[in-house]
Write a protein of this length. Sequence first.
Length: 94
Amino acid sequence: MILPIFIGCTSFPASPSQTYYGNLQINSEPSGANIYLDGTFAGFSTPHKLEDIASGSLITLKLNGYLNSSNIVQIYPDQLNIIEVTLTPSTFPP
């Protein structure tokens, strides 16, 4: 489950033609989850800050022994957007 936490958020009018870009800090419990951006491994593990991420991007976290966690993120420009994810242990063998 991804629980987005936005610090210093400002409202922006929704516009289907407008895509915002910004930085995204991704944290997980436990840490060490591999970060996938729109289905492709980003080359990093949590915790990590991704830069120039588009609003509407799909972030997936994967860690052995835990269920994958995916969510589409809302990005606000000129801010550090933060998501905190608590991964759920898998009941199946890895």
